[in-house]
Ligand binder design. Structure first.
Ligand code: PEP
Length: 251
């Protein structure tokens, strides 16, 4: 039985006072409610330490939105895995489509980041997903296969237990368009089949595969009730406590 994970990617939103306000509201509103899923929030780097303090007596987990693949060095503006660990992050999003397509991160970097995160004891959420034009050209499975194989290169079947995959069709991110639940479920089943080929069916069956792309309170239940959808990676709807909590309750 895979436990669902509902994660909120704040992206480049929330100043420190706004972050404190949102986390305080989340904590208060979740106080008398024991979520059946794991909940993770991904604030911007500068808010991690303060949010970590606030989360000390809370079941909400903390993650970062990105990291560099090198251990340390002359990489102005970058953040290392050790830095993230030192301020309380447990998870890190790697290969988000905005990193892949706005900042041109190639599969090789993404794979290096996954390996570095694991080595440092951070749990990566590896994001994969096809662009609209790739989908229209019938290339969805080819793209997903490449992103999974390249992203997981050199990762053992033991280490993969600490990885989560997020299937996020790029055309559904921040657009209000969601993949139909069955459509998303078959993409997840396809990813699970690739994992079976690369590892084995035990590994594939225990792997958590989240869906991301305009998940909102009104569509979360349908998506999260699909057999291969093990949670949600939420962007826009995690910026308000009430909508994020509605999605958590759906899970
Ligand atoms: C995301 O940022 O990963 C995402 C899915 O965003 P949204 O929910 O806004 O589409």
């Amino acid at each position: 039985m895979r436990k669902k994970i509902v994660a909120g990617n704040w992206k480049m939103h929330k100043t420190l006072p706004e972050a404190i306000e949102l986390v305080s509201e989340l904590k208060n509103k979740l106080q008398n409610f024991q979520p059946a899923c794991d909940v993770i929030i991904f604030p911007p780097f500068v808010n991690l330490e303060s949010v970590s303090e606030l989360l000390k007596d809370s079941p909400i987990h903390l993650g970062a939105q990105n990291m560099h693949f090198e251990e340390s060095g002359a990489f102005t503006g970058e953040i290392s895995a050790d830095m993230l660990k030192s301020v309380g992050a447990e998870f890190v999003i790697i290969g988000h489509s905005e990193r892949r397509h706005i900042f041109n991160e190639p599969d090789e970097w993404i794979n290096e980041k996954v390996k570095r995160a694991l080595k440092k004891g951070l749990k990566p959420i590896l994001c994969i997903g096809e662009k609209l034009e790739e989908r229209e050209e019938g290339l969805t499975e080819k793209v997903l296969r490449r992103q999974v194989i390249e992203g997981l290169k050199g990762i053992s079947s033991e280490a993969i237990k600490n990885i989560v995959i997020a299937y996020e069709p790029v055309w559904a991110i921040g657009t209000g368009k969601t993949a139909a639940p069955q459509e998303a479920d078959s993409a997840h089943a396809f990813v699970r089949a690739i994992i079976t080929e690369l590892y084995d069916s035990d590994v594939a069956q225990s792997l958590t595969i989240q869906y991301g792309g305009s998940v909102k309170p009104n569509n979360a239940k349908d998506l999260l009730s699909q057999p291969n959808i093990d949670g949600a990676l939420v962007g826009g709807a995690c910026l308000k406590a009430d909508s994020f909590i509605e999605i958590i309750k759906s899970a």
